[in-house]
Design a protein around this ligand. Structure first.
Ligand SMILES: Nc1ncnc2c1ncn2[C@@H]1O[C@H](COP(=O)(O)OP(=O)(O)O[C@H]2O[C@H](CO)[C@@H](O)[C@H](O)[C@H]2O)[C@@H](O)[C@H]1O
Length: 479
C-alpha cells in the first residue's frame, strides 16, 4: 500500500512529546512490512538547525483566497523512510513548535490548516498517489476534509485515517480569523455558537476511519466522561472508531545496549541497574542510598499527567523514606510548586525543568518506580519504557495504562505494577504507599516483578500489523 503519513513532529527531527515517538517507529515498522510509506512534516527551526536539507521540487504555490503561499519541499530519509518537509519559514521557523514557551502562537490555526493542505500538495508534487492518508491529531485533522473536497481527481481513490494521540487538544479557533480557510465557506456548517471551528471534530466527521492509540482509550472516547466533550461526534462515528495499542521501540529502549547508561543490564543480571541508580542519584544530587526507593517521573508538565492531585499530597508522600525525581517542562505553575517543594525536601525531592533524552534514559534505568498518575492517558509510552527497564510503574487505571500494566492486587502472579482507580489524592497516596511497602517488605518478590516487567513486549511490529488491517478496512469494497 502507498501510505502518506502526515504529522507535526517526528523523533530525531522535532519533538515535544509521544506523538514524535510514534511518528518515527510506526512508519519504519510499516515499511518493514513492505508498504511504501512517506512522512510529511513541517520544516521546523529545530530540524532546519540540525540539517540543511535540499529542495526536492520546484517552488510550490498554494492559493488560499487572495493570498498566495510559496513554499518548498525539502527531504531526507529516516532509516529508509522518506520524509518530506514543508518549508515555509514564516510559519515554521520559530523557537517553539506550538508556542513561545508561555502561550500558544496566535496563528496556529493558519499554520496547521496551511500545513495540512501543503502536505497533500507535496504528494502531488512528488507524484505519490496514496491509498491512505494517515493523519495524526488536530494539527493534521483537516486533511480528510481537503481530500473529500479535492476536485483534481488525484485523490479519487485515497482513503483517510485519523489517529487520535490526544483528544484533549482539538485546535479550536475562531473561524472568521482563519483567512486560509476563507475560501472554504462550507466549513461554516462546522462552526459552533461561539464562531469557532474545531479541527479535531472536523477530522472526526470527514475521516473514513478513526482510531485511538489504545483499545481502552477508544472505549473511553465513546463515553460522556472520556470523550473530551466530543461524545456526540464519537458516538455518531462509533462503527468507525477503534483502538490500536502503540508499541515500544526496543532498539532505542533496551537497557542491555542503551548508550546513555553508565552500566547496562538485563532481566537475568540486574546489578547494572543498581549502578544506574547510584549514577542518577549522584547526578541529580540525591543521597546515594541504594535501599531507599527512588521514584522517577518524566513528562510534559500539564494537568493531563495528574499533577492536580499529586501536588496537594507531595508533602505527605515525602514524609516517607523515599526519593522522588521529577523531570519535565511545561506549565510554569506546576514547575513553581515542584520547585518550592524541592526546596523544602532537598534530600528527597529533586525537580529538573529540562527536556533531555539522555536524562530520560537515565531516569528510566536508575529509578525503582515510575510514577504516571495520569488524569487521562491515550496510550502512554513511558510506562512501556519503564517495564522494559525493570522500573515498576505506579499508574492510574486509565486509557492505555490499563492496557499495559497489571496490578499486584488483581493479578499477584502476573503483576507488573501498581494501579489506582479514582483520580484523587488519597487514592494516589495509598497506591504509592502500597508500592513502598512491597519494596521494603518483599524485596525478593519485587525483583521477580521487575523481571516479569522486563519480559513484557509491546512491539511496533504488532501495531503495524493492526494498522495494515485498518488501512485495508479504509479501502473501498472493490479494491
Ligand atoms: N522532559 C523530558 N525530557 C525528555 N523526554 C521527554 C520529556 N518529557 C517527555 N519526554 C518524552 O516524550 C514522550 C512522552 O510520551 P507519552 O506517550 O508518555 O506522552 P505524551 O502525552 O507526550 O503523548 C501523547 O501521545 C502519545 C503517542 O500516541 C500517547 O502515548 C500519549 O498517551 C499521549 O498523551 C516520551 O518519549 C518521553 O520520554
Amino acid at each position: 500500500m502507498k501510505i502518506l503519513f502526515v504529522v507535526s513532529e517526528v523523533e530525531d527531527l522535532a519533538k515535544t512529546g509521544g506523538l514524535a515517538d510514534v511518528a518515527k517507529s510506526l512508519p519504519i515498522a510499516l515499511k518493514a512490512l513492505g508498504h511504501d510509506v512517506r512522512i510529511v512534516k513541517p520544516y521546523y527551526k529545530q530540524l532546519a538547525d540540525k540539517f540543511k536539507l535540499p529542495n526536492l521540487t520546484d517552488e510550490q504555490h498554494l492559493q488560499a483566497g487572495d493570498k498566495e503561499y510559496r513554499f518548498n519541499i525539502k527531504g531526507l530519509e529516516l532509516e529508509t523512510v522518506p520524509v518530506y518537509c514543508i518549508d515555509y519559514p514564516e510559519y515554521f521557523h520559530r523557537a517553539g513548535l506550538y508556542s513561545d514557551g508561555y502561550e500558544a502562537f496566535g496563528d496556529n490555526a493558519e499554520r496547521f490548516a496551511f500545513f495540512s493542505k501543503a502536505a497533500l500538495q507535496a504528494a502531488v508534487a512528488i507524484d505519490f498517489q496514496p491509498d491512505v492518508v494517515h493523519c495524526n491529531d488536530w494539527h493534521t485533522a483537516l486533511c480528510p476534509y481537503f481530500i473529500k473536497r479535492d476536485q483534481s481527481g488525484f485523490f479519487a481513490r485515497t482513503h483517510t485515517l485519523l489517529t487520535i494521540h490526544n483528544g484533549a487538544y482539538q485546535g479550536v479557533h475562531r473561524f472568521a480569523d482563519i483567512s486560509f480557510l476563507r475560501p472554504h465557506g462550507e466549513l461554516a456548517a462546522q462552526i459552533d455558537t461561539h464562531g469557532n471551528l474545531n479541527f479535531l471534530k472536523t477530522g472526526i466527521q470527514f475521516a473514513d476511519k478513526i482510531n485511538a492509540v489504545s483499545p481502552n482509550y477508544a472505549r473511553e472516547l465513546l463515553t460522556p466522561l472520556g470523550s473530551h466533550s466530543l461524545y456526540h461526534e464519537f458516538q455518531h462515528r462509533a462503527n468507525d472508531v477503534s483502538g490500536i495499542l502503540n508499541g515500544c521501540d526496543y532498539q532505542q529502549w533496551d537497557p542491555a545496549t542503551d548508550p546513555h547508561l553508565p552500566a547496562n543490564y538485563t532481566g537475568e543480571s540486574l546489578p547494572g541497574k543498581g549502578l544506574c541508580k547510584q549514577a542518577l542519584q549522584k547526578e541529580v544530587g540525591l543521597p546515594e542510598k541504594p535501599d531507599v526507593p527512588l521514584i522517577g517521573m518524566l513528562c510534559r508538565l500539564t494537568e493531563q499527567k495528574g499533577f492536580g492531585y499529586l501536588l496537594p499530597v507531595l508533602n505527605q508522600l515525602l514524609q516517607h523514606n523515599v526519593q522522588l525525581l521529577v523531570i519535565g517542562t511545561g506549565d510554569p505553575v506546576i514547575s513553581d510548586v515542584l520547585q518550592f517543594n524541592a526546596a523544602q525536601f532537598p534530600d528527597k525531592l529533586v525537580f529538573r525543568n529540562d527536556f533531555s533524552t539522555r536524562m530520560a534514559h537515565l531516569l528510566e534505568a536508575g529509578s525503582d518506580f515510575f510514577l504516571m498518575p495520569s488524569l487521562f492517558e491515550p496510550c502512554g509510552l513511558n510506562q512501556m519504557y519503564s517495564l522494559a527497564y525493570g522500573t515498576i510503574p505506579i499508574v492510574r487505571a486509565v486509557g492505555g495504562l490499563r492496557d499495559t500494566v497489571l496490578d499486584l492486587q488483581t493479578l499477584p502472579e502476573q503483576a507488573t505494577g501498581f494501579m489506582f482507580e479514582a483520580p484523587d489524592s488519597s487514592a494516589l497516596l495509598n497506591c504509592v504507599r502500597r508500592a513502598m511497602l512491597f519494596y521494603y517488605e518483599y524485596p525478593e518478590h519485587f525483583k521477580q516483578m521487575q523481571k516479569r516487567a522486563m519480559r513484557q513486549k509491546f512491539t511496533w511490529y504488532d501495531a503495524a500489523l493492526n494498522y495494515q488491517a485498518l488501512y485495508q478496512h479504509c479501502q473501498p469494497m472493490d479494491n
